[in-house]
Design a protein around this ligand. Structure first.
Ligand SMILES: [Zn+2]
Length: 413
């Protein structure tokens, strides 16, 4: 099983630094996992990703199961060999993609019934099948199949049913995984459900923590579905409070810098999102001064790099904002400019998380948060102020003239 070693705790917030040792090496937490949808981060080589210091990426089981398919992956010796990635890899259960991408999905106690995108035939994904597919892929961390409901579902009965079923499916995943004898190299994570309901979350947490000895870590699922951010952070905080100290905590589907840093302050260790790579393809570069939309005309004559302090090849090899603007707006087929922004954005995510780790180790994490917010926002999102205040960090102390606004507060220029 994975080795999880707690190295340091923030004296003020719940943030912590830990060392997670898996079959393909050490990953320092907290970390952000880039998403490699079809066994590749779009347009990047594994070497480019590796060179940015990324040691853990996420592969989508649903996409890999379709293309190249489990048979090809098995023949290749798993997804690590298939994609030439020799660091750590996490696979999702396939359930979420299936529910969001399949034309129809029916959830029964047995599993998720969906229409095969190839044959149109009804196909069943059971908890056991999900684990078997993830065994063939060979991820270092594998996820339980859970019963996913949208976070804004108004039907409490359905949220409760999904939560209880996710616990039962966890037991089936544990049993199937245990039988396989792969626990030494592949580590199963449970996924806490219960929607935006504190009571349901609490019941799920109690039941899943009871199974602690059979799982290597816990994920917080069912968020990032457009819910109010003030509810989002309170659910995250409730989960991190009750999850065991000696297991990694993974908040699924978050990638905005402020979401990451607030979650880390609340005690989250891992996160993933398609946002940084997807937004790069639309010409948005992430920086400590906020995101830059490189499509805007004002960058046509801006000859500085995206960020002079960034160690990524795009910034260090002299590519200017003007050049990127030119490529993105005129040569949509030319992948180079887009690729470069993708590489830069992955580097940015790695830097803010690496910076958080250093600050926690040095005992300066509250200052790190204050500096980050001061640089990144003109007006602070109210929910961030509330969330950080709950763990002892006041972003807007007395006499501060910072503007606090409802909503995201993000500047996108
Ligand atoms: Zn860069």
């Amino acid at each position: 099983m994975a080795q999880f070693e707690l190295l340091a705790r923030c004296h003020t917030t719940r943030a912590r630094v830990s060392k997670l040792t898996l079959a393909h090496g050490v990953t320092m937490l907290p970390t952000f996992m880039p998403v490699a949808t079809q066994a590749a981060i779009k347009g990047l080589t594994p070497q480019q990703v590796d060179a940015l210091g990324v040691t853990l990426i996420l592969n989508n089981t649903y996409h890999l199961g379709l293309r190249p398919g489990i048979k090809v992956l098995s023949e290749a010796g798993g997804a690590h060999k298939f994609q030439g990635w020799n660091k750590n890899l996490l696979t999702d259960s396939g359930g979420f993609q299936l529910v969001s991408l399949s034309k129809f999905t029916t959830i029964t106690e047995e599993g998720a019934l969906f229409e095969s995108p190839f044959t149109g035939e009804p196909t069943m994904l059971t908890p056991e099948e999900s684990i078997s597919i993830q065994h063939a892929i060979g991820g270092d961390i594998i996820m339980q199949l859970d019963d996913v409901v949208a976070s804004l579902t108004p039907d409490r009965k359905r949220v409760e049913e999904a939560m209880e079923r996710s616990v039962r499916w966890l037991d089936r995943c544990i049993a199937h995984h245990t039988l396989s004898g792969r626990q030494d190299t592949q580590n199963l994570f449970a996924i806490v459900q219960g929607g935006l309901d504190f009571e349901l979350r609490d019941r799920c947490l109690t039941q899943m923590v009871e199974r602690k000895n059979s799982v290597a870590g816990f994920a917080i699922g069912g968020l990032s579905g457009g819910e109010e951010k003030d509810i989002f952070w309170q659910i995250v905080r409730q989960c991190t409070e009750k999850l065991p100290e000696d297991r990694p905590r993974y908040c699924m589907g978050i990638g905005f810098a402020e979401d990451l840093l607030v979650s880390v302050a609340l005690g989250v260790d891992m996160a993933d999102c398609v946002f940084p790579t997807r937004t790069a393809r639309f010409g948005v570069a992430l920086t400590h001064q906020g995101p830059l939309n490189l499509r805007l005309a004002k960058y046509a004559k801006d000859f500085q790099p995206i960020d002079a302090t960034c160690p990524c090849p795009t910034c260090t090899e002299g590519t200017s904002r003007a050049m990127l603007h030119h490529v993105i707006t005129r040569e949509t087929a030319a992948a180079h400019g887009k690729l470069s922004v993708t590489l830069h954005n992955i580097a940015f995510q790695a830097r803010i998380m690496g910076g958080a780790r250093d600050a926690i180790l040095n005992g300066t994490f509250p200052d790190y948060l204050r500096t980050f917010f001061a640089n990144y926002f003109d007006a602070y999102p109210e929910w961030c102020v509330n969330a950080l205040r709950s763990v002892g960090v006041d972003l807007v102390g007395e006499g501060s003239n910072v503007k606090v606004v409802p909503g995201s507060g993000a500047k996108w220029e």
